[in-house]
Design a protein around this ligand. Sequence first.
Ligand SMILES: Cc1ncc(COP(=O)(O)O)c(C=O)c1O
Length: 430
Amino acid sequence: MDQHPSREFAHQLDAADELSHFRDRFFVPPGQIYLDGNSLGLMSRDAERTLLDVVEKWRTTGIGGWLAGDSPWFTMAETLAARVAKLVGAQPDEVAIANSMTINLHQLLATLYQPHDQRTKVLIDAHSFPTDRYALRSHLQLRGLDPDEHIVIVPAGNSRFLDEDKIVEALANPELQMALFPSVVYTTGQLLDLERLCRAARENGVIIGLDMSHSVGVMPHALDDWGADFAGWGHYKWLNSGPGSVAGLYLNRRHFDAEGMVHAGLAGWWSVHKESMFEMSDEFFPGLGASALQIGTPAVLSMAPIDGALRPIEEAGLKAIRAKSVEMTEFIIAFADDELQELGFSVGTPREAQRRGGHVSLQHERAQPMSLALRARGVIPDFRKPDVLRFAPSPLYNTFAELGDAMELLKEIAANRSYEEFSTTAALVT
Ligand SMILES: Cc1ncc(COP(=O)(O)O)c(C=O)c1O
């Protein structure tokens, strides 16, 4: 950023911002600067509307809602999948809206982890989100395999960031059957070169999956072009569809059979062909495409807000969303460089825009009490152990002026040491 990230400059950026009108579509908590969009996005009026529509339909039609109206619950997952597919660069039938991210990971492991000959191992990175590791370990245990022996971790090295060269090297291991990487690392905000990793995995005959929890909704993806095998993500972060909202998964068509059917590793009556669901047959007719990876009855109330939540994203377009997101993260980094370094902060996120997701991590040894102090003054970041403050501005509802104010407040709190009064152990969520 060429210019100093002052409040005045922030106002100039807001004046030029073509996405600024989307803010009115969101319920921004009064008196708050909400910078936690990568943990739980704010509710939009659109998401509230589509949730209330389902509540109303349930109230007025009871079981009729499964088949009645514009958005029958029976096919709601497929209708939404076709829209979400555009956000991730997939065909409509390669996406399913189902379950939670963690359950989907179990499902994808059960479906695609097929150890054979010497290919029995799974490659992950040193910074993977705990749920990915827990799911993987427990899945291997269920298969009677020792996780310590079958999980290979790419060495972290000295850098704070993952090194794609090392990952590519590690993918050449002939004992690998599968690899699982994040799109954006939840702590550092590092965006991996996903095209390169998918290509290397394909060249080495390794099935590759991506945890895209921290990127879907805030940047474009090209899963088909990259040639990924599978991916999973939640919708409650950048996609703003509410706490515990139903998640998404991707399964590349190369894993469909000749008739387009998918044999789910974890099957249920929603994994069967929709036309034969109510046959209640002992015989199992696999469902078509990724939607066969649903397991049981979809959580319609948790899926309904996705319909509305998608609307502002579709209207704004991911290209414009990503462009503003990059500008916003750049603003925070520039402020940290100019004003916060001397107060003991360092930037813990890659500086190159193409290596950065939607959030910025600032490191400070007193990050936890600072996070609490910011919250007490109405600025909502979050904290990740041991020393990371994460700032996640949403291009749809945050302004540059808010970023300026939040950064000035952080500077003041750090300079006055007013964070010292905040206990580091009392809070569950910091
Ligand atoms: C990177 C990442 N993966 C997976 C998950 C887990 O998703 P869920 O709890 O919805 O299953 C999260 C949740 O925050 C996450 O940040």
